[in-house]
Design a protein around this ligand. Structure first.
Ligand code: PNS
Length: 161
């Protein structure tokens, strides 16, 4: 069985993330989207909320599972039998950062974890969770960035609904 993990913060999930999930899912028998529980950051959405959002967004994709992890990705992958991580690349700036993490993870896992990259679809190349939060915090339009139902949840967090 070909399995892979798509790790990330997903705070919040964007249409760019969803694009990567939809394109990666058919490449594997099972794709697990793994939400990082980063205790050093104060997130907009709790891990449980992010998992719920991702589950709703992927409910039509039967081979996609949603989970969460804390600590190192290589430990989570070792404990759960993942050998492939999927990441999205938007630009050359992403590449430098992602290359370093991918190489570190491969080295530290003693070759147990490889990372494969999908290039983000061009219509989402400018999108980031950070910019979605920035726009939403000023009641800006995020309708092209996230599903409508998720936009409502984001605006609620900023007290606009
Ligand atoms: O969506 P993000 O924030 O770009 O995702 C980054 C993520 C979660 C993939 C990365 O930060 C990660 O794997 N964090 C877990 C801690 C870890 O394994 N760090 C080692 C990387 S050098």
């Amino acid at each position: 069985m070909k399995r892979a993990v798509y790790p990330g913060s997903f705070d919040p999930m964007t249409l760019g993330h969803l694009d990567i999930i939809r394109r990666a899912a058919p490449m594997f028998d099972e794709l697990t989207v793994a939400v990082l529980n980063n205790t050093q950051k104060t997130p907009l959405f709790s891990v449980e909320e992010r998992v719920n959002i991702l589950e709703k967004a992927t409910e039509d994709l039967p081979n996609v599972k949603v989970s969460s992890f804390s600590g190192l990705l290589i430990d989570y992958c070792r404990d759960n039998g993942f050998h492939i991580a999927v990441r999205g690349l938007r630009a050359i700036t992403d590449f430098e950062y992602e290359l370093q993490i991918a190489q570190a993870n491969r080295q530290m896992s003693k070759d147990a974890l490889d990372t494969i990259f999908l290039t983000t679809s061009l219509e989402y190349a400018y999108l980031s969770s950070t910019s979605v939060k920035e726009f939403a915090s000023f009641n800006g339009d995020i309708s092209k960035c996230v599903p409508d139902w998720e936009a409502e949840l984001i605006y609620q967090k900023y007290g606009y609904r």
